[in-house]
Design a protein around this ligand. Structure first.
Ligand SMILES: NC(=O)c1ccc[n+]([C@@H]2O[C@H](COP(=O)([O-])OP(=O)(O)OC[C@H]3O[C@@H](n4cnc5c(N)ncnc54)[C@H](O)[C@@H]3O)[C@@H](O)[C@H]2O)c1
Length: 557
């Protein structure tokens, strides 16, 4: 609990003796009063013993094996944090130094508190601590926001429609129903509908097994999701999320058909990852009731939702969708319509750069390891491409190239990736890596190099170059997205979106906090160096990055 800041549910807390009683919320006040009276009537005596862990753990911590226990615990922390977070190690060290101190002995207790104070002070002044506090404030910022500046309030959403019961539709239906929203899913395939229901049942089933919810709550949640092949029930629906095939013509047509079945003031949002929301809104008879709501996969795990404002989306629509995302337990960020919106626009140059490194002789392992162990990404760019789907990456990168032909380059060899239908990433159990049938990542598939016509990797570049080319490519694009295109309004939104949507290391405070820490001038110099040495036009510093470098302007003032 201490090392991971883990929260316990009430039942578990009672079981391990951390709280005295667990009572139903309706009884809480009366029960608490009765207990207080008992304590007062008892004369305010101490009523709890000092908490002592029972059995084996206790003996191990006091016996000669204490050193081994702490070194194992330290290894466990390092495995999880890759050494990027000093606080859990400091907490472990405090426990090691103070375990077994008798808290009733005043001088021992004070000496122990002194040790805690010293370690706390060491951690509190680090940049890592400041960055994590910054991330905390970013999430608090969203709680207070409404998604619009006009003061217009959103409408409550009690009934949600979902079009398409595939990967995304199924995930969206589960997350909404989990938060008590009544969901109606419509697909054109019975099979897809059945899969969406199974997806929800499996996820709630796991919660029942873990005793997070009971059987009654399980059936209550299940009863909130219904599916169909027609529009039955759509008259009652407040918001419909469209998550069908990524095809502008089909989407526009289906949106028109859906709008005709809903109340005239009901809202439709699209979950498209690459198509223009403004263009798509032409399929809706009242485009002011249309916007984008871009979830990330897997929906039940990824906290970010990009709320995309089409040219005609009304404030009320945006405020409603923003509130809905929060109700679903997500972190919404309002983004202007534009190729790749925000997160994909920044991720694409990063993934593309990894592919260029591969073609220049770097190995998949070396690049991914540098990103995970040195930079702190949850996964490297190749594993990320595998999880997104190699066909999807190529398709979206091509869309991106069409939108920004002057600066986006798609590696020639990358087009090959789309062609081998057996190697589309995690979904086919083969991509840059091999996967077992449960989707668990195994080793790198060494035949990837010969399949792409590449010689065996020689790893000619340093980790520093691999990291800087990918990360600075994102900063370079971000300077344009923020300063020129105003895709979002502030650096805060960029950092929140990158942390919540891609797992950008929180201890770095987000992409732009990190950029500020190294400085725009350094980033510009390095990009100039790499673009010249590697003959890579795409890495030339953008106008907006140069401006920041010349004026020594930070992203955060
Ligand atoms: N998969 C991702 O990682 C991801 C992430 C973000 C956004 N998206 C976007 O979400 C959308 C759906 O993607 P997906 O991965 O869930 O696709 P999917 O192929 O898993 O599911 C699409 C579903 O839509 C159904 N469908 C097709 N036409 C329909 C119609 N007229 N009415 C109702 N249902 C219809 C299909 O039967 C299928 O079940 C796409 O626009 C995609 O770009 C996908």
């Amino acid at each position: 609990m201490i090392l991971a800041g883990k929260l316990l549910n009430a039942k578990k807390a009672a079981k391990i003796g951390l709280v005295d009683y667990v009572v139903h919320p309706n009884l809480l006040e009366n029960f608490a009063q009765e207990q207080m009276l008992k304590i007062i009537n008892d004369g305010g005596k101490k009523r709890r013993k000092v908490y002592q862990p029972k059995g084996a753990v206790n003996k191990l911590l006091e016996g000669p094996l204490k050193g081994i226990v702490f070194s194992k615990a330290k290894q466990g922390v390092l495995k999880l944090t890759k050494g990027h977070y000093p606080a859990p190690l400091a907490a472990l060290e405090i426990i090691r130094k103070t375990y077994g101190v008798d808290p009733t002995n005043k001088s021992d207790r004070e000496a122990a508190l002194e040790i805690e104070k010293e370690h706390f002070a060491e951690c509190a002044v680090t940049d890592i601590s400041k960055n994590l506090i910054h991330v905390f404030y970013l999430t608090e910022m969203v709680k207070k926001q409404t998604g619009v500046s006009s003061g217009v309030k959103g409408k409550p959403v009690k009934h949600l429609g979902v079009l398409g019961a595939g990967t995304m539709g199924g995930g969206i239906a589960y997350v909404a129903a989990d938060k008590g929203i009544d969901v109606r899913v419509k697909d054109i395939s019975l099979d897809a509908n059945a899969k969406a229901l199974k997806h929800a049942r499996d996820l709630w089933g796991k919660l029942v097994k873990k005793k997070v919810i009971d059987n009654y709550q399980f059936s209550q949640k299940m009863s909130l999701v219904s599916t169909g092949l027609d529009f039955a029930g759509f008259k009652n629906i407040d918001v419909t999320v469209e998550a069908i095939v990524e095809d502008m013509g089909i989407k526009q047509k289906v949106i028109g058909q859906t709008a005709a079945q809903m109340r005239p003031d009901a809202i439709i949002v699209t979950n498209t990852s690459s198509l223009s929301v403004t263009e798509m809104s032409k399929g809706h008879p009242h485009p002011e009731y249309f916007a984008g709501m871009h979830f990330f996969s897997p929906v039940h795990k990824m906290p970010l939702v990009e709320v995309i404002r089409g040219e005609k989306s009304s404030d009320e629509t945006i405020a409603t969708v923003f509130e809905l995302a929060k109700k679903m337990g997500k972190m919404p960020v309002v983004v202007k319509d534009g190729a790749g919106f925000l997160v994909n626009r920044l991720l694409l140059p990063y993934m593309g750069e990894a592919f260029f490194l591969l073609t220049e002789g770097m190995s998949v392992e070396k690049v991914d390891k540098a990103y995970v162990y040195q930079f702190g990404m949850p996964m490297g760019p190749f594993e990320l491409m595998d999880s997104v789907g190699l066909d999807v990456c190529v398709k979206v990168l091509n869309i991106f190239k069409k939108a920004f032909p002057d600066r986006v380059e798609v590696p020639e060899l990358m087009q090959k990736l789309e062609k081998n239908k057996a190697r589309l990433g995690q979904k086919t159990n083969l991509g840059f890596y091999k996967y077992d049938s449960s989707g668990k990542k195994l080793e790198v598939d060494q035949s990837i190099y010969s399949e792409l016509g590449l010689p065996a990797p020689t790893n000619p570049y340093s980790d520093q170059e691999c990291l800087e080319r990918g990360v600075f490519a994102m900063v370079n694009e971000c300077a344009l997205a923020l300063d020129a295109d105003k895709i979002v309004e502030t650096p805060h939104e960029v950092d929140l979106a990158m942390i919540m949507g891609t797992g950008f290391p929180p201890f770095r405070g987000g992409l732009l906090k990190y950029a500020d820490s190294v400085g725009a001038d350094y980033i510009r110099k390095q990009l100039e160096k790499y673009s010249t040495e590697r003959k890579a036009n795409r890495l030339r510093p953008s106008v907006k990055l140069k401006e920041r470098a010349e004026k020594q302007l930070k992203f955060y003032n």
